[in-house]
Design a protein around this ligand. Structure first.
Ligand code: NAG
Ligand code: NAG
Ligand code: NAG
Ligand code: NAG
Ligand code: NAG
Length: 325
């Protein structure tokens, strides 16, 4: 378990830390490596339900193999460890050093809220989540109403609803993106920035102010329409945690979709997953476009590994995987 950004006193014993993490985060979940020894469960009173769902993510046997990440989002007080920074800077060959990173993050928090607005878990809450990927298997799925009926609806990258409402729904509470995949949002949707390099952090600052003029491996929106009071920035250490713990270091780094899924397991009590994987013909495409490339290409991401973990989670009923058509 990684505790880099945990807001508790450094001298607490590690056991105490675990209790604290558990109390503060209850069901903030991550799946522990399946075979790993449990960490914090012995401290949960038997009669204390961590959430109000029929089954909580971190209950009973299921909980046994869970580990949790304390701070999925950056906040003004969150210090990235050098080690995590060095992991992160390798994923896209970052040239800048830690102090440059730190300066940039400080600038971000002059503009954005000091911490991400994440409601803590509670015994009387059953907050449900739809994590909506962009797979062509959403076509003709008629999942729209089911997606819209979840409390939180997380979409990603160029995911859209207009024209596809019956299959993908209409609501978006959180939209995950990085500069190269950015789209405009309405003013009630949270922009969740997945930053893969320092330039991505600089982008968010400029895109909300004077406009961004840097270049990347593809064109980038200079300005973005979104509510800047609702921006949340993923903690780079969370990316590493997903890579290490959930994917056992397969591939170079996890895909946006997979990280969004693990994030869903951290901020919700019940998670429904849509639009992941291939369609029923085994083709990979987006629901809004005609299939162009029949070959699955997942680049630096371990696509098969990710899909395997998703299926395992579904088998263990840690989430509900709606396969679509
Ligand atoms: C948790 O992991 C242990 C091995 O460490 C395994 O025996 C047990 O079945 C796992 N529990 C669940 C619910 O997966
Ligand atoms: C982060 O680092 C700064 C100084 O570098 C320090 O003042 C602050 O207390 C640290 N925050 C945490 C949560 O460790
Ligand atoms: C970090 O990089 C900046 C230039 O971006 C440089 O001025 C500074 O000296 C570097 N700091 C360290 C500790 O290497
Ligand atoms: C959001 O946008 C609507 C119309 O587009 C406007 O009426 C409303 O005041 C805006 N809310 C905020 C918080 O900016
Ligand atoms: C899926 O792939 C198969 C064979 O590769 C092809 O015949 C079929 O037309 C594709 N489906 C779509 C919807 O493009």
């Amino acid at each position: 378990m990684r505790l880099d950004c945990l807001p508790i006193h450094k001298h607490q014993t590690s056991k105490m830390k675990k209790v604290m993490v558990f109390i503060f985060l209850l069901c903030v979940t991550g799946i522990g490596v399946f075979w790993r020894e449990d960490i914090s469960l012995h401290f949960l009173p038997q009669d204390e339900r961590p959430c109000a769902c029929d089954q909580c993510l971190c209950e009973d046997g299921l909980l046994q193999n869970f580990s949790k990440f304390a701070e999925p989002f950056l906040s003004v007080n969150c210090n990235l460890s050098n080690d995590d920074f060095n992991w992160w800077r390798r994923i896209q060959n970052e040239k800048h050093n830690y102090s440059y990173y730190k300066t940039t993050v400080d600038k971000i928090f002059q503009m954005l809220p000091a911490s991400a607005d994440v409601e803590p878990p509670s015994p009387d809450r059953c907050r449900t989540c739809a994590v909506v990927g962009n797979s062509g298997n959403l076509k003709n799925s008629h999942h729209g109403p089911l997606i819209d009926s979840q409390d939180i609806v997380i979409r990603m990258n160029r995911g859209r609803t207009k024209g596809y409402e019956a299959d993908v729904g209409t609501r978006t509470t959180h939209h995950v993106m990085y500069p190269e995949s950015a789209v405009d949002l309405d003013n009630t949707t949270r922009l969740v920035l997945f930053s893969f390099k320092i330039m991505d952090l600089e982008w968010v600052i400029k895109a909300f102010s004077t406009g961004f003029s840097g270049s990347s491996y593809m064109p980038i929106k200079s300005k973005i329409k979104a509510n800047k009071d609702l921006v949340m920035v993923l903690n780079p250490a969370f990316m590493r945690y997903v890579h290490d713990v959930w994917l056992q270091k397969k591939g170079r780094y996890p895909s946006t979709g997979f990280m969004a899924l693990v994030l869903g397991l951290h901020i919700c009590d019940e998670v429904h997953v849509f639009g992941f994987g291939a369609d029923s013909d085994g083709n990979w495409s987006h629901y809004w476009e005609k299939l162009q490339d029949k070959k699955l290409k997942t680049g630096p991401h371990p696509g098969d590994e990710e899909y395997g973990v998703l299926q395992k989670l579904a088998q263990r009923q840690l989430l509900k995987f709606h396969k679509g058509s």
